[in-house]
Design a protein around this ligand. Structure first.
Ligand code: AGP
Length: 608
């Protein structure tokens, strides 16, 4: 999703803005730009493509000043061109705006503004904002922005500067995240915390419908009635190191390899004094939990796959009816619910628009909401009644890896926590299962040690056009996740399927050109999986199997076997994810694609 930065202070504003945009690069974008107040002018530099091109543009035609805003754009309305890149200006080039999100009434506003003789240059929704502010400007930029905010519909965050009201930045939020960084004799704006790394650890998080007036030595926040709101800065912990690949070629590989330590840290953090500790944001009482008779999990993408795994866990361990919904479906399906329904949101970023909308939909139905998120203080965490942090650490690669296994781990612990309260498992069983969890990180490391072997296997499939991923039971969502990893970074069409479904259509795809990646580890459905794979083999299908160490039978039908240590079926998705993450990584890297920033994708999808 788009990235916003802003700076006001004595440093060279263009360098600060560009450095901030570089730190947001991982979010995915297709054009970028900066605008700086320079005496009585706005100096504007913007381009399609990467930040390197913007850097070259600024090097060629330097700009100076001490107030500026910058943007990386992930195209929604209007193709990626330099005209459509942000910042956008008003008719007289006296107001500059950068924007994240979507203005849903842009067409109506544009028509109205054109009738008032405004001249538009781009075909973006964003460009209505500077013209609307120009229309409302009567000398005070804050008032003009507040007035304009009331006319704008949709979900967005904006930052505004003006030649006619200099020495300040106005930032406003209605749906998309926006953070103010408080420095010494300087202040910053960012759409995401990493942009502030190295500058400050003091932030103010703008809430819904809040507008901020930022000068070099002061930050004030107002509501849309123009009333000032007192907000205490929060301290955050962002070390510069999060933006360091630590010697790995890509953030994605670094984050794949970090997973055993993420699970170790989570065991330490969530299993204290022989009890499950779900963190400071989890306040549901035992009686509240005991009364739950139905759980609806809503999420997107990889988080939806983690939620799907949790459906099996919650039903099997806590014996609670559990549904799994894709957030963009959940938010519009008007589910039949009752007071005993718990809505669970799963989100790495805590900012995914559809999942946030699902949380708000649940709130509107007076349902209890529990969120599993990675980013602390994210919007979903703050708007949920309760939240459990998955503590995966900052995940920079657009393709989610360590967040996925950390989400499953936290959801598994929550299932055990519920099982204790609902007496579906005795304390001794829960304790036994937790102690088995302690073996997991070492087993994960054993799998990751096979990365060379998996790299070699990947070389055989670089020219594949289609892939099938098969799994059963709790590893059916594993197959879905394996397919998503491959397709989103290697651009090879890949589909995850429940293996038992093959005969109902997908087996028509099988021939020597459609490789099949199968999760066939020791489990209650092992024999069923083997029969499904026999059917694939009989049609010349090429099988890559993830199997349990010691399984000799699988060698008879699989062309390649990736062995993993034996593990209880219920937590096997944490282990089976690793070979598929590595496989997708090596295929994409060997095809020369931008593994950390795949085309068309953004790290956090903050628009519908
Ligand atoms: C995962 O690899 C994708 N990048 C994407 O599907 C992601 O999982 C999805 O957008 C949900 O993001 P969230 O977990 O931050 O809500």
């Amino acid at each position: 999703m788009c990235g916003i930065v802003g700076y006001i202070g004595d440093k060279d504003v263009a360098s600060v803005l560009l450095a901030g945009l570089w730190k947001l690069e991982y979010r995915g974008y297709d054009s970028c730009g900066i605008a700086v107040l320079n005496g009585g002018e706005i100096d504007l530099r913007k381009t399609t493509g990467r930040l390197m091109q913007l850097q070259e543009l600024v090097d060629k035609t330097p700009i100076s000043g001490n107030v500026g805003i910058g943007h990386t754009r992930w195209a929604t309305h209007g193709e990626p061109t330099s005209i459509n890149a942000h910042p956008h200006l008003d008719c007289k080039s006296k107001i500059a705006v950068v924007h994240n999100g979507i203005i849903e009434n842009a067409y109506v506003l544009r028509e109205k503004l054109i009738k008032s003789m405004h001249i538009f240059k781009s075909n973006t929704d964003t460009e209505v904002i500077p013209h609307l502010i120009e229309e409302n400007f009567q000398g005070n930029l804050l008032d003009a922005v507040i007035k304009s905010m009331k006319e704008l519909e949709g979900s967005f965050a904006i930052a505004v500067i003006s030649v006619d009201d200099p020495g300040k930045i106005i930032a406003a939020r209605k749906g998309s995240p926006l953070i103010i960084g408080i420095g010494e004799n300087e202040n910053f704006i960012a759409s995401d915390i990493p942009a502030l790394a190295g500058h400050t650890k003091k932030i103010i998080i703008l809430e819904e419908g809040q507008v901020s007036l930022i000068t070099q030595n002061d930050v004030k926040v107002y509501n849309l009635d123009g009333k000032e709101i007192k907000k205490e800065p929060e301290k955050i912990d962002i070390a510069m190191e999060i933006l360091d690949k630590k010697g790995y070629p890509h953030f994605m590989l670094k984050e794949i390899m970090e997973q055993p330590d993420v699970i170790r840290d989570n065991i330490k953090d969530k299993w204290t004094n022989n009890s499950i500790n779900l963190g400071e944001k989890f306040k549901m009482s035992s009686s509240e939990l005991a009364s739950i008779t139905r759980i609806i999990i809503q999420a997107c993408g990889t988080s939806w796959h983690a939620g799907y795994v949790a459906k099996y866990l919650l039903e099997d361990i806590a014996r609670i009816h559990t549904e799994i919904d894709i957030s963009s479906e959940f938010r519009y399906r008007n589910p039949v619910v009752s007071g005993e329904t718990l809505v669970v949101a799963v989100s790495q970023s805590g900012e995914t628009a559809d999942t946030l909308a699902g949380v708000r939909e649940a709130k509107a139905k007076f349902l209890k909401i529990l969120s599993f998120v990675n980013v602390r203080n994210s919007t979903i965490a703050r708007e949920s009644d309760n939240a459990i942090y998955i503590n995966a650490g900052p995940e920079i690669g657009v393709a989610s890896t360590k967040a996925y296994t950390a989400e499953i781990f936290s959801l598994y612990l929550f299932s055990l926590y519920l099982a204790r309260i609902k007496w579906t498992l005795g304390d001794n069983i829960v304790e036994k299962r937790i102690n088995k969890l302690k073996e997991l990180p070492d087993k994960m490391e054993k799998v990751l040690e096979k990365k060379g072997e998996i790299e070699k296997i990947s070389e055989k499939y670089l020219s594949a056009k289609n892939f099938l991923f098969l799994g059963r039971g709790i590893n059916y969502p594993s197959a879905l996740e394996g397919a998503l990893k491959l397709k989103e970074i290697s651009y090879i069409h890949a589909t995850g399927y429940p293996a038992g479904e093959m005969k109902h259509g997908p087996i028509a795809l099988i021939d020597e050109n459609t490789p099949v990646f199968a999760v066939v580890t020791n489990s209650s459905v092992y024999d069923k999986m083997m029969s499904n794979l026999e059917e694939v083999k009989a049609r010349k299908g090429r099988i890559i199997a993830i199997a349990t160490e010691g399984d000799e039978r699988i060698k008879e039908i699989a062309e390649d076997v990736i062995y993993i240590p034996d593990v209880d079926e219920e937590i096997s998705p944490i282990l089976t994810a690793l070979p598929m993450q590595l496989f997708a990584y090596y295929v994409a890297a060997k095809k020369g694609y931008d593994v950390d920033k795949p085309r068309n994708l953004a790290k956090s999808v903050t628009v519908e």
